[in-house]
Design a protein around this ligand. Sequence first.
Ligand code: NAP
Ligand code: GDD
Length: 327
Amino acid sequence: MKRALITGVTGQDGYYLSKLLLSKGYDVFGLVRGQNNPKIEFLRRELPEVKILTGDLMDTSSLVRALNASDPDEFYNLGAISFVAYSWENASLTSDVTGKGVLNALEATRIHVGDDIAKVRFYQASSSEMFGKVQHVPQSETTLLWPRSPYGVAKVFGHYMTINYRESYGMHASSGILFNHESPMRGPEFVTRKISLAVARIAAGLQDKISLGNIEAKRDWGFAGDYVDAMWRMLQQDEADDYVVSTNETHSVREFLEIAFDRVGISDWESYVYQDPQFFRPAEVDLLIGDATKAKRQLGWEPKVDFPTLVTLMVDADVERVRNKSV
Ligand code: NAP
Ligand code: GDD
């Protein structure tokens, strides 16, 4: 039985990756931070097979202890402060967790494995936010990085540190440059879930408007369940490498709104949407569209869920939750 350690196990991707690894027969260990993290209850209920360890990306010794306790074959570093808007207000904290936390995870792994450097395969959750003010369309593994937020800058640090540990110590350390991926498990602070939840509440007569920022921004949106499979495939390769994971399509927030409202039978959606300056960002990433040719060629990976299906499944899940009063 293979063993895996996941940081960020209480997040969206941690949920889908745990399910995938458990379905493959892995022994899964999840690192949870804080002395009384409210998400532990959800984890225990939804994924009871996951073994919980405590620790924090800012505390290297806690990571070493987690590695010693789990003795994993694969270490997936998904933990991060991941909300871009928050990163301007908390730039130093974001740099510590999302940036230096990667170094801490790599260093803890190096300490744990000692001379047996091939003992643990490492995955770093890099991001298309690193492309920022895009220097090429579409973006691939070789596109120049030009981050536009403290979060993006921190992710660039973690990305290059992962490559550096691979090149310096021969670690099997791979970096997945994942474009936006969503699901019904997405946090409500992100625009897709904010919309799906609001649409469900508006359809139920519980809310009368939604306030948003820049609805012309374009993203390459995929389904999280598809994307965790790409993470796993990276760690099954003989050689570690970096891969873009994307759908190779781009859509605006406006298009997301149209399909989401249409799903609940509302066609005059613009009368429900208000622009609020507080949701505009100091520097915007206007357009993301990936080129996942390498992932397709080398990993045999392709997305299965297309954009309209993704929007529909998110809206349907929130309609159901509103009906059951579970949100
Ligand atoms: P998420 O839902 O925001 O989850 C983030 C996870 O990180 C949570 O489990 C959180 O724990 C944990 N965390 C935060 N601070 C930590 C700390 N100091 N020490 C240890 N863990 C900490 O994010 P996600 O969407 O699953 O994304 C997973 C990873 O992929 C993140 O690194 C994100 O930046 C990256 N990424 C995401 C996307 C995307 O579109 N989803 C795209 C590219 C890259 P709590 O639950 O306790 O807060
Ligand atoms: N969150 C949010 N809320 N975004 C809004 C809003 C709003 O009210 N109105 C417009 N937007 C726009 C943002 O300005 C941005 O252009 C776009 O919607 C997407 O925002 P988010 O859903 O917050 O995601 P993100 O693209 O900034 O970041 C996500 O994807 C990255 C990968 O590219 C996060 O998951 C990051 O962790 C991830 O690395």
